[in-house]
Design a protein around this ligand. Structure first.
Ligand code: SF4
Length: 389
Protein backbone atom coordinates (compact mmCIF):
# COMPACT_ATOMS: atom_id res chain seq x y z
CA UNK A 1 0.00 0.00 0.00
CA UNK A 2 1.44 3.37 -0.95
CA UNK A 3 2.26 5.85 1.79
CA UNK A 4 -0.14 8.76 1.59
CA UNK A 5 -0.16 12.20 3.08
CA UNK A 6 -1.57 12.17 6.60
CA UNK A 7 -3.45 14.88 8.49
CA UNK A 8 -2.43 16.26 11.93
CA UNK A 9 -3.80 14.57 15.07
CA UNK A 10 -7.32 15.58 15.98
CA UNK A 11 -8.28 16.97 19.36
CA UNK A 12 -9.69 14.58 21.99
CA UNK A 13 -13.26 13.81 23.04
CA UNK A 14 -13.69 12.27 26.50
CA UNK A 15 -16.53 9.99 27.41
CA UNK A 16 -17.63 7.63 30.15
CA UNK A 17 -15.98 7.55 33.56
CA UNK A 18 -19.25 8.04 35.49
CA UNK A 19 -20.65 5.23 37.65
CA UNK A 20 -19.72 1.86 36.17
CA UNK A 21 -19.09 3.26 32.69
CA UNK A 22 -15.59 2.76 31.29
CA UNK A 23 -13.70 5.94 30.50
CA UNK A 24 -12.56 6.30 26.92
CA UNK A 25 -11.19 8.83 24.49
CA UNK A 26 -11.94 9.42 20.84
CA UNK A 27 -9.29 11.26 18.84
CA UNK A 28 -5.71 12.33 19.50
CA UNK A 29 -3.50 9.29 19.95
CA UNK A 30 -6.34 7.07 21.18
CA UNK A 31 -6.77 3.85 19.16
CA UNK A 32 -9.46 4.06 16.48
CA UNK A 33 -12.58 2.81 18.25
CA UNK A 34 -15.29 0.56 16.85
CA UNK A 35 -18.97 1.23 17.20
CA UNK A 36 -22.16 -0.41 16.10
CA UNK A 37 -25.86 0.30 16.45
CA UNK A 38 -28.48 -1.69 18.34
CA UNK A 39 -31.05 -2.90 15.84
CA UNK A 40 -34.14 -3.33 18.02
CA UNK A 41 -36.29 -1.08 20.17
CA UNK A 42 -35.38 -1.09 23.87
CA UNK A 43 -38.53 0.11 25.62
CA UNK A 44 -39.33 -3.54 26.50
CA UNK A 45 -36.89 -3.33 29.43
CA UNK A 46 -39.52 -1.15 31.11
CA UNK A 47 -42.47 -3.51 30.55
CA UNK A 48 -44.72 -4.24 33.55
CA UNK A 49 -43.69 -7.69 34.71
CA UNK A 50 -40.48 -7.54 36.81
CA UNK A 51 -39.42 -10.94 35.43
CA UNK A 52 -39.90 -9.76 31.84
CA UNK A 53 -37.93 -6.60 32.57
CA UNK A 54 -35.09 -8.51 34.16
CA UNK A 55 -34.88 -10.99 31.27
CA UNK A 56 -34.99 -8.24 28.65
CA UNK A 57 -32.27 -6.26 30.45
CA UNK A 58 -30.09 -9.35 30.96
CA UNK A 59 -30.32 -10.33 27.34
CA UNK A 60 -29.26 -6.81 26.22
CA UNK A 61 -26.35 -6.77 28.70
CA UNK A 62 -25.18 -10.23 27.60
CA UNK A 63 -25.19 -9.15 23.99
CA UNK A 64 -23.30 -5.96 24.84
CA UNK A 65 -20.69 -8.14 26.55
CA UNK A 66 -20.40 -10.30 23.45
CA UNK A 67 -20.02 -7.22 21.23
CA UNK A 68 -17.37 -5.91 23.59
CA UNK A 69 -15.39 -9.17 23.44
CA UNK A 70 -15.52 -8.99 19.64
CA UNK A 71 -13.80 -5.60 19.84
CA UNK A 72 -16.68 -3.14 20.03
CA UNK A 73 -16.05 -0.02 22.11
CA UNK A 74 -19.36 1.86 21.85
CA UNK A 75 -22.95 0.95 21.01
CA UNK A 76 -25.55 3.45 19.83
CA UNK A 77 -29.27 3.05 20.50
CA UNK A 78 -32.15 4.80 18.76
CA UNK A 79 -34.06 6.96 21.27
CA UNK A 80 -37.30 7.96 19.57
CA UNK A 81 -39.35 8.51 22.75
CA UNK A 82 -39.20 9.07 26.50
CA UNK A 83 -39.66 5.38 27.30
CA UNK A 84 -36.59 4.52 25.22
CA UNK A 85 -34.60 7.32 26.88
CA UNK A 86 -35.43 5.91 30.33
CA UNK A 87 -34.68 2.37 29.15
CA UNK A 88 -31.27 3.48 27.84
CA UNK A 89 -30.44 5.11 31.19
CA UNK A 90 -31.23 1.79 32.88
CA UNK A 91 -29.04 -0.14 30.41
CA UNK A 92 -26.17 2.34 30.81
CA UNK A 93 -26.45 2.05 34.62
CA UNK A 94 -25.66 -1.67 34.29
CA UNK A 95 -23.21 -1.52 31.40
CA UNK A 96 -19.49 -0.82 31.50
CA UNK A 97 -19.48 0.00 27.83
CA UNK A 98 -20.11 3.66 27.01
CA UNK A 99 -23.45 3.93 25.19
CA UNK A 100 -24.72 6.51 22.72
CA UNK A 101 -28.27 7.87 22.44
CA UNK A 102 -29.35 8.63 18.88
CA UNK A 103 -31.76 11.56 19.13
CA UNK A 104 -33.56 13.65 16.56
CA UNK A 105 -35.55 16.83 17.23
CA UNK A 106 -36.56 16.39 20.90
CA UNK A 107 -33.88 17.91 23.13
CA UNK A 108 -35.72 16.70 26.25
CA UNK A 109 -34.80 13.12 25.35
CA UNK A 110 -31.15 14.22 25.33
CA UNK A 111 -31.51 15.77 28.78
CA UNK A 112 -32.99 12.56 30.24
CA UNK A 113 -30.16 10.47 28.74
CA UNK A 114 -27.48 12.86 29.99
CA UNK A 115 -29.03 12.90 33.49
CA UNK A 116 -28.82 9.08 33.40
CA UNK A 117 -25.09 9.33 32.48
CA UNK A 118 -25.50 7.89 29.00
CA UNK A 119 -21.96 8.57 27.75
CA UNK A 120 -22.70 10.30 24.47
CA UNK A 121 -25.59 11.66 22.47
CA UNK A 122 -25.90 11.98 18.74
CA UNK A 123 -27.88 15.13 18.08
CA UNK A 124 -27.64 18.00 15.59
CA UNK A 125 -28.04 21.57 16.85
CA UNK A 126 -29.73 22.31 13.50
CA UNK A 127 -32.65 20.00 14.20
CA UNK A 128 -33.18 20.69 17.92
CA UNK A 129 -35.27 23.77 17.07
CA UNK A 130 -33.62 26.77 18.76
CA UNK A 131 -30.28 27.93 20.11
CA UNK A 132 -31.80 28.11 23.62
CA UNK A 133 -32.52 24.37 23.54
CA UNK A 134 -29.01 23.66 22.27
CA UNK A 135 -27.64 25.76 25.15
CA UNK A 136 -29.53 23.64 27.69
CA UNK A 137 -28.23 20.41 26.12
CA UNK A 138 -24.65 21.73 26.10
CA UNK A 139 -24.90 22.92 29.73
CA UNK A 140 -26.17 19.47 30.80
CA UNK A 141 -23.38 17.78 28.82
CA UNK A 142 -20.82 19.90 30.65
CA UNK A 143 -22.34 19.14 34.05
CA UNK A 144 -22.71 15.41 33.46
CA UNK A 145 -19.54 14.80 31.44
CA UNK A 146 -21.47 13.82 28.31
CA UNK A 147 -20.08 13.92 24.80
CA UNK A 148 -21.91 14.74 21.58
CA UNK A 149 -21.70 13.55 18.00
CA UNK A 150 -23.00 15.82 15.31
CA UNK A 151 -24.21 13.45 12.60
CA UNK A 152 -24.65 15.04 9.19
CA UNK A 153 -25.86 13.09 6.21
CA UNK A 154 -26.53 13.89 2.59
CA UNK A 155 -30.29 13.66 3.05
CA UNK A 156 -30.56 16.51 5.56
CA UNK A 157 -28.78 19.64 4.31
CA UNK A 158 -29.97 23.08 5.47
CA UNK A 159 -32.03 24.80 2.76
CA UNK A 160 -29.34 27.18 1.46
CA UNK A 161 -26.77 24.38 1.17
CA UNK A 162 -29.35 22.10 -0.46
CA UNK A 163 -29.99 24.79 -3.10
CA UNK A 164 -26.28 25.17 -3.82
CA UNK A 165 -25.90 21.40 -4.14
CA UNK A 166 -28.93 21.18 -6.45
CA UNK A 167 -27.67 24.04 -8.62
CA UNK A 168 -24.23 22.43 -8.88
CA UNK A 169 -22.35 25.34 -7.26
CA UNK A 170 -21.39 23.03 -4.39
CA UNK A 171 -20.64 19.30 -4.50
CA UNK A 172 -22.47 16.99 -2.11
CA UNK A 173 -19.17 16.32 -0.34
CA UNK A 174 -18.65 20.07 0.13
CA UNK A 175 -22.26 20.35 1.28
CA UNK A 176 -21.69 17.68 3.93
CA UNK A 177 -18.55 19.41 5.13
CA UNK A 178 -20.13 22.87 5.14
CA UNK A 179 -23.14 21.59 7.12
CA UNK A 180 -20.89 19.84 9.65
CA UNK A 181 -18.73 22.95 10.12
CA UNK A 182 -21.82 25.09 10.59
CA UNK A 183 -23.25 22.70 13.23
CA UNK A 184 -19.85 22.55 14.94
CA UNK A 185 -19.66 26.34 15.16
CA UNK A 186 -22.93 26.37 17.11
CA UNK A 187 -21.45 24.10 19.82
CA UNK A 188 -18.11 25.89 19.85
CA UNK A 189 -19.80 29.29 20.19
CA UNK A 190 -21.23 27.93 23.46
CA UNK A 191 -17.75 27.02 24.69
CA UNK A 192 -18.31 23.29 24.14
CA UNK A 193 -15.67 21.18 22.39
CA UNK A 194 -16.32 17.66 23.68
CA UNK A 195 -17.87 16.51 20.44
CA UNK A 196 -17.05 14.66 17.25
CA UNK A 197 -18.56 14.87 13.81
CA UNK A 198 -19.72 12.44 11.17
CA UNK A 199 -20.52 13.12 7.54
CA UNK A 200 -22.10 10.17 5.86
CA UNK A 201 -23.29 9.48 2.36
CA UNK A 202 -24.18 6.16 0.75
CA UNK A 203 -21.58 6.92 -1.93
CA UNK A 204 -18.05 5.84 -1.05
CA UNK A 205 -16.43 8.66 -3.02
CA UNK A 206 -18.61 11.36 -1.42
CA UNK A 207 -17.93 9.98 2.04
CA UNK A 208 -14.18 9.99 1.38
CA UNK A 209 -14.18 13.47 -0.12
CA UNK A 210 -16.31 15.03 2.64
CA UNK A 211 -14.08 13.61 5.38
CA UNK A 212 -10.91 14.66 3.57
CA UNK A 213 -12.12 18.24 3.15
CA UNK A 214 -13.26 18.41 6.78
CA UNK A 215 -9.99 16.97 8.15
CA UNK A 216 -8.03 19.64 6.28
CA UNK A 217 -10.07 22.39 7.92
CA UNK A 218 -10.75 21.17 11.43
CA UNK A 219 -9.19 19.19 14.28
CA UNK A 220 -12.57 17.90 15.50
CA UNK A 221 -12.43 14.06 15.80
CA UNK A 222 -14.21 12.22 13.02
CA UNK A 223 -16.62 9.32 13.27
CA UNK A 224 -16.47 7.75 9.81
CA UNK A 225 -18.96 5.52 8.08
CA UNK A 226 -20.72 4.87 4.81
CA UNK A 227 -24.42 5.13 5.52
CA UNK A 228 -26.99 2.67 4.16
CA UNK A 229 -24.04 0.69 2.81
CA UNK A 230 -26.32 -2.22 1.95
CA UNK A 231 -26.35 -5.97 2.52
CA UNK A 232 -23.41 -7.91 3.95
CA UNK A 233 -21.14 -8.25 0.91
CA UNK A 234 -21.79 -4.88 -0.75
CA UNK A 235 -21.65 -3.11 2.60
CA UNK A 236 -18.32 -4.71 3.51
CA UNK A 237 -16.83 -3.72 0.15
CA UNK A 238 -17.99 -0.10 0.41
CA UNK A 239 -16.87 0.28 4.03
CA UNK A 240 -13.50 -1.34 3.36
CA UNK A 241 -12.74 0.97 0.43
CA UNK A 242 -13.81 4.14 2.26
CA UNK A 243 -12.19 3.32 5.61
CA UNK A 244 -8.91 2.07 4.14
CA UNK A 245 -8.54 5.21 2.07
CA UNK A 246 -9.26 7.49 5.03
CA UNK A 247 -7.43 5.53 7.74
CA UNK A 248 -4.26 5.41 5.64
CA UNK A 249 -4.32 9.20 5.63
CA UNK A 250 -4.81 9.31 9.38
CA UNK A 251 -8.47 10.35 9.02
CA UNK A 252 -11.07 8.68 11.25
CA UNK A 253 -11.04 8.33 15.03
CA UNK A 254 -14.00 6.02 15.45
CA UNK A 255 -15.65 3.83 12.81
CA UNK A 256 -19.04 2.30 12.24
CA UNK A 257 -19.70 -0.26 9.53
CA UNK A 258 -23.39 -0.07 8.53
CA UNK A 259 -24.77 -3.35 7.22
CA UNK A 260 -28.23 -4.77 6.68
CA UNK A 261 -26.99 -7.50 8.99
CA UNK A 262 -26.21 -8.17 12.65
CA UNK A 263 -24.26 -5.79 14.93
CA UNK A 264 -21.82 -8.69 15.49
CA UNK A 265 -21.01 -8.78 11.77
CA UNK A 266 -20.64 -4.99 11.72
CA UNK A 267 -18.13 -5.21 14.57
CA UNK A 268 -16.22 -8.14 13.05
CA UNK A 269 -15.98 -6.27 9.73
CA UNK A 270 -14.77 -3.08 11.44
CA UNK A 271 -12.22 -5.05 13.43
CA UNK A 272 -10.85 -6.80 10.35
CA UNK A 273 -10.57 -3.47 8.52
CA UNK A 274 -8.64 -1.99 11.44
CA UNK A 275 -6.33 -5.04 11.67
CA UNK A 276 -5.56 -5.01 7.96
CA UNK A 277 -4.86 -1.27 8.09
CA UNK A 278 -2.44 -1.76 10.98
CA UNK A 279 -4.68 0.10 13.44
CA UNK A 280 -5.29 -2.86 15.79
CA UNK A 281 -3.36 -5.97 16.71
CA UNK A 282 -3.73 -9.07 18.86
CA UNK A 283 -6.73 -11.31 19.33
CA UNK A 284 -7.63 -14.42 17.37
CA UNK A 285 -6.86 -14.50 13.66
CA UNK A 286 -8.67 -17.08 11.55
CA UNK A 287 -7.00 -18.42 8.40
CA UNK A 288 -9.32 -20.67 6.43
CA UNK A 289 -9.25 -22.17 2.96
CA UNK A 290 -12.02 -21.48 0.44
CA UNK A 291 -12.62 -25.29 0.08
CA UNK A 292 -12.48 -27.17 -3.21
CA UNK A 293 -13.23 -30.63 -4.57
CA UNK A 294 -10.36 -32.15 -2.55
CA UNK A 295 -11.99 -31.26 0.76
CA UNK A 296 -12.58 -33.91 3.40
CA UNK A 297 -13.85 -31.47 5.99
CA UNK A 298 -16.68 -28.96 6.01
CA UNK A 299 -14.57 -25.79 6.32
CA UNK A 300 -17.54 -23.46 5.75
CA UNK A 301 -19.66 -25.15 8.43
CA UNK A 302 -16.79 -25.16 10.94
CA UNK A 303 -15.96 -21.49 10.37
CA UNK A 304 -19.58 -20.39 10.69
CA UNK A 305 -20.03 -22.47 13.88
CA UNK A 306 -16.83 -21.16 15.48
CA UNK A 307 -16.19 -17.66 14.14
CA UNK A 308 -17.99 -15.61 16.80
CA UNK A 309 -16.68 -17.70 19.69
CA UNK A 310 -13.10 -17.65 18.41
CA UNK A 311 -13.07 -13.92 17.69
CA UNK A 312 -14.46 -13.11 21.12
CA UNK A 313 -11.66 -15.03 22.93
CA UNK A 314 -8.93 -13.15 24.73
CA UNK A 315 -6.07 -15.07 23.13
CA UNK A 316 -3.42 -13.89 20.69
CA UNK A 317 -3.43 -16.89 18.37
CA UNK A 318 -3.84 -17.87 14.73
CA UNK A 319 -6.33 -20.63 13.95
CA UNK A 320 -6.13 -22.46 10.60
CA UNK A 321 -9.15 -24.30 9.16
CA UNK A 322 -8.30 -26.32 6.04
CA UNK A 323 -10.31 -28.67 3.90
CA UNK A 324 -7.74 -31.35 3.12
CA UNK A 325 -4.40 -32.90 3.97
CA UNK A 326 -2.86 -31.84 0.63
CA UNK A 327 -2.48 -28.25 1.76
CA UNK A 328 -3.92 -28.26 5.28
CA UNK A 329 -0.97 -28.65 7.67
CA UNK A 330 1.41 -27.02 5.17
CA UNK A 331 -0.68 -23.90 4.63
CA UNK A 332 -1.51 -23.74 8.30
CA UNK A 333 1.95 -24.49 9.64
CA UNK A 334 2.36 -21.02 11.10
CA UNK A 335 -0.93 -21.36 12.97
CA UNK A 336 -1.02 -22.01 16.70
CA UNK A 337 -3.82 -24.51 16.18
CA UNK A 338 -5.34 -25.95 13.05
CA UNK A 339 -7.97 -28.40 11.93
CA UNK A 340 -8.13 -30.13 8.58
CA UNK A 341 -9.86 -32.95 6.78
CA UNK A 342 -7.79 -36.07 6.00
CA UNK A 343 -9.82 -38.52 3.95
CA UNK A 344 -12.27 -40.17 6.35
CA UNK A 345 -10.65 -38.48 9.33
CA UNK A 346 -10.11 -35.02 10.75
CA UNK A 347 -6.75 -34.01 12.15
CA UNK A 348 -5.87 -31.29 14.61
CA UNK A 349 -2.40 -29.82 14.58
CA UNK A 350 -0.50 -27.33 16.68
CA UNK A 351 2.39 -25.32 15.25
CA UNK A 352 2.31 -27.60 12.21
CA UNK A 353 2.52 -30.90 14.18
CA UNK A 354 -0.39 -33.33 14.31
CA UNK A 355 -1.69 -33.73 17.87
CA UNK A 356 -4.98 -35.58 17.27
CA UNK A 357 -6.56 -37.71 14.58
CA UNK A 358 -10.31 -38.17 14.83
CA UNK A 359 -11.51 -41.14 12.80
CA UNK A 360 -15.00 -41.62 11.40
CA UNK A 361 -17.08 -44.19 13.29
CA UNK A 362 -17.18 -47.11 10.83
CA UNK A 363 -20.10 -48.74 12.66
CA UNK A 364 -22.37 -45.93 11.39
CA UNK A 365 -23.72 -47.00 7.99
CA UNK A 366 -25.53 -43.82 6.93
CA UNK A 367 -22.94 -41.52 5.31
CA UNK A 368 -24.58 -38.27 6.40
CA UNK A 369 -24.95 -39.40 10.04
CA UNK A 370 -21.37 -40.68 9.99
CA UNK A 371 -20.14 -37.30 8.74
CA UNK A 372 -22.16 -35.35 11.31
CA UNK A 373 -20.82 -37.57 14.06
CA UNK A 374 -17.26 -37.02 12.81
CA UNK A 375 -17.74 -33.26 12.84
CA UNK A 376 -19.23 -33.29 16.34
CA UNK A 377 -16.29 -35.35 17.64
CA UNK A 378 -13.88 -33.00 15.80
CA UNK A 379 -15.53 -29.96 17.42
CA UNK A 380 -15.14 -31.52 20.88
CA UNK A 381 -11.49 -32.42 20.28
CA UNK A 382 -10.79 -28.96 18.84
CA UNK A 383 -12.32 -27.31 21.91
CA UNK A 384 -10.13 -29.38 24.24
CA UNK A 385 -6.97 -28.52 22.31
CA UNK A 386 -7.97 -24.86 22.08
CA UNK A 387 -8.55 -24.63 25.83
CA UNK A 388 -5.10 -26.10 26.48
CA UNK A 389 -3.37 -23.29 24.54
S1 SF4 B 1 -6.82 -26.80 1.64
FE1 SF4 B 1 -7.49 -28.52 0.34
S2 SF4 B 1 -9.73 -28.30 0.27
FE2 SF4 B 1 -8.92 -26.33 0.95
S3 SF4 B 1 -8.74 -25.17 -0.95
FE3 SF4 B 1 -6.73 -26.06 -0.51
S4 SF4 B 1 -6.71 -27.98 -1.69
FE4 SF4 B 1 -8.89 -27.31 -1.57
Amino acid sequence: MSIQKTVPLSRIVQLGGKGAVKKMEIGGNAPVSIQTMWKEGISSVLKDSPLYRENALDSILNRLNLLSSLGCDLVRFAVPDMESAQALCLIQKHSEMPLVADIHFDYKLALVCLEGFVAKIRINPGNIGSKEKTKIVVKTCMEKGGAIRIGVNAGSFPKDIQLKVESGTMSRAEGLCETALRESEVLESLGFTNFCVSMKASSVQETIKANEIFAQQSSIPLHIGVTEAGPLIGGIVKSTIAFTHLLQKGIGNTIRVSLSDTPENEVITAREILYENGKRSGGVKIVSCPRCGRNGFDVHGFVSRWQTELLSMHKNITVAVMGCIVNGPGEGKHADIGITGAGDSVIIFKQGKIVRTIKADESIADTEIKLNNLHTCADTAFREELESL
